[in-house]
Design a protein around this ligand. Structure first.
Ligand code: WTA
Length: 644
């Protein structure tokens, strides 16, 4: 049982919050069953969790409950608040602004849901959504949910090959894309990139129809019989559409993310548990109020966009803000203007955005009012104490709580945070586990060895010892990979891939990934993915990608390549290979051409050394005696220095 003596941080925490933590500890089943009443069910669940982290691993929440997610986000509010704004959308061009009430959003979702059904999409089919930050992105997700189709939102920054890989893996039957997307001064050719992706998909492609949203109205090639105008199709349909009643464990969406090995993983989230988690965390973390204008700046192709642009705020009947453009285009301070113009009350963004804003003259932020803000939040990467303080002082004007939030695609929603108004924030620390979240830190150990749990203050692998409603259920068509990836490093527990440190009073600091995942501006990039891409270049014998600290992006990607012919390699080509195969966002910061990579005697690349050399931390390279050729290190340092 949690008490103040065991967890002194709770001393400064609000009574209600402590009460929730205690209740969730004492009787998790009853606590989570009570939380399920946040939703409207066609058939109420009789139990909460039937999850098991051992054996084959099974994640199952509210199993015998039946519901529809879109109905929970829309229809229930048609009765109580049909004219309340559900979405406020602002475009990056001056004067572009749309407000949709709950009634209007419901009508749009129904029209598209009817269209999808008419085009042959049925329950369980996958629908790929490839759109910039426009209202249709939200409409598309909810329309899928309404008819029980599984949405797969794809990032606009993926290359054609990156898209093709995900279309093949998910076997999506229909794609919703844009003609062209705006990104500051640039135009992104969404449709033609999708065309290339569909060509690249080849015979394994299951896509039958492509709906094209006219975002800019540009003329784009349309393939007869396959491509259809989104606007023309939805105009044919009625603004009402019966819902598909789903089992709580039917998948709501799959979302691709990177891991430490090979190809991207399709993380699968269920319906009932995920939505309870979205509702519970959105309310608890941000102390959400009915009149909030909630702005989560994440792209909808990210889990943060799923849970806190769309599902969390809408299932709780809130108003969401969506802005199409970049923070500082056409001029610095653009996002502060969006806050002022729309009266945003909760602003949830990333450390990358804050670091970029800190570099601008303070006058930019100080010249705006920002008086509507009530709560601030950050997510995606560790936030330094300096950035936290700047955010708190300059954006929050010293009076808004800042909730840093640690979580992952796989956790569905926030897990560790300083919940606004309930848990005092601490610059640089993520905070405390939410009620019902069982964090355990384990000391790293070799295979088969004991891994004692760190009690009290200390550092270790960040694990969760029991399931929570928002937990991903599996990886798309690869449950064994799910089990191996998350449940074998620390048997009987979910291992996050992150390291963490706990203070004596319970506050948790995230120390970063301990696996081969690099976090560039919040983008999770698997180093294996990068190396696999480079391996397709015949001029390269071998490569190794590592992450190093980067002032603006948090981490930057550095690649070492060994050329087939000594000294001869065009580094621009290596960057292009990565951009073409994964996406431009993953192109390495720097490519070093070297003669050899440092390896252990068993042939494993020693990445620790490569990270230190690339970061210029040459003082303490650690034990070199396990290397097969310790002399290669000096040569490596010299070659890198020559190319810096
Ligand atoms: C990192 C994003 C420190 C972490 C919601 C995690 C963080 C990965 C934080 C998940 C934070 C996320 N402090 N690190 N507040 N939030 N991370 O799946 O390494 O895109 O494992 O989910 O981002 O990234 P993902």
């Amino acid at each position: 049982m949690v008490d103040e003596a065991a967890n002194p941080a709770l001393g400064a925490v609000s009574d209600q919050y402590v009460q929730n933590v205690l209740e969730a500890e004492r009787d998790p089943e009853a606590f989570w069953l009570a939380q399920a009443r946040r939703l409207v069910w066609h058939s109420e669940p009789s139990h909460a969790s039937r999850s098991d982290f051992t054996g084959d691993v099974r994640i199952a929440w509210y199993e015998d409950g039946r519901l529809n997610v879109a109905e929970n986000c829309l229809d229930r509010y048609l009765l109580t608040q049909p004219d309340k704004a559900a979405v406020i959308w602002e475009g990056q061009e001056d004067g572009h602004r749309t407000v949709l009430t709950y009634r209007e959003l419901h009508a749009r979702v129904c029209r598209l849901a009817n269209t999808l059904r008419r085009l042959g999409v049925s329950k369980g089919d996958r629908v790929a959504i490839h759109l910039p930050m426009v209202v249709e992105g939200v409409v598309a997700m909810l329309a899928c949910a309404r008819i029980g189709a599984i949405h797969v939102v794809l990032f606009g920054g993926f290359s054609a090959e990156g898209l093709a890989e995900r279309l093949r893996d998910s076997q999506a039957v229909l794609v919703i894309t844009a003609d062209v997307a705006r990104r500051g001064a640039k135009l992104i050719p969404s449709k033609t990139t999708m065309d290339e992706a569909l060509d690249a998909c080849g015979p394994e492609c299951a896509v039958r129809k492509v709906l094209v949203v006219a975002v800019t109205g540009a003329k784009v090639p349309m393939q007869a019989g396959r491509d259809l105008s989104y606007e023309a199709e939805v105009a044919l349909e009625m603004p009402d559409c019966p819902v598909e009643v789903m089992d709580a464990c039917d998948p709501l969406f799959l979302l691709y993310t990177s891991g430490s090995t090979g190809r991207p993983k399709g993380v699968v989230h269920g319906s009932g548990g995920y939505l309870v988690w979205a509702s519970f965390t959105h309310q608890t973390v941000f102390n959400s109020q009915p009149d909030d204008i909630f702005w989560c700046t994440a792209d909808t192709s990210w889990i943060t966009g799923h849970t806190y642009v769309v599902y969390g705020p809408l299932v709780n009947g809130g108003t969401i803000m969506i802005y199409e453009g970049l923070p500082s285009w056409p001029a610095p301070g653009r996002w502060w203007d969006v806050i002022d113009r729309n009266g945003v009350t909760v602003f949830y963004t990333s450390p990358t955005v804050i670091r970029a804003a800190m570099r601008e003259d303070d006058h930019v932020v100080e010249s705006r009012s920002l008086a509507s803000l009530r709560v601030l939040g950050t997510v995606g990467e560790p936030i330094s104490p300096e950035a936290w303080q700047w955010f708190h002082d300059k954006v929050g004007r010293n009076c808004c709580p800042v909730a840093d939030t640690w979580w992952q695609t796989e956790t569905g929603g926030v897990m560790i945070t300083a919940s606004a108004g309930k848990v005092p924030g601490r610059p640089g620390a993520a905070g405390l586990p939410l009620p019902g979240v069982q964090v355990e830190l384990l000391t790293p150990a070799g295979a088969g060895q004991e891994q004692p749990v760190v009690e009290g203050a200390g550092e270790g692998l960040l694990c969760l010892s029991s399931s929570w409603p928002g937990q991903a259920m599996t990886l798309w068509q690869d449950h064994e990979r799910f089990r191996q990836t998350y449940f074998t490093t620390c048997p009987g527990r979910y291992f996050s891939g992150d390291g963490a440190r706990r203070e004596a009073d319970g506050y948790i600091w995230i120390t970063g990934r301990v696996d081969d995942v690099v976090n560039v501006s919040g983008h999770r990039i698997g180093t294996a993915e990068i190396e696999d891409a480079i391996a397709t270049d015949h001029e390269v014998v071998e490569s190794a990608a590592v992450g190093i600290p980067h002032d603006l992006k948090g981490q930057g990607l550095v690649v070492y390549v060994v050329p087939r012919e000594e000294g001869v390699l065009d580094t621009a080509r290596v960057r292009k290979v990565v951009a073409d195969s994964v996406g431009r966002y993953a192109a390495p910061e720097k490519v070093y051409v070297v003669r050899d990579l440092p390896k252990t005697r068993s042939g494993k690349i020693v990445r620790r050394l490569l990270r230190k050399i690339a970061a210029g931390e040459l003082e303490n390279l650690g034990d070199l005696s396990t290397l097969s050729d310790p002399d290669c290190v000096q040569a490596l340092i010299r070659q890198v220095a020559e190319q810096q």
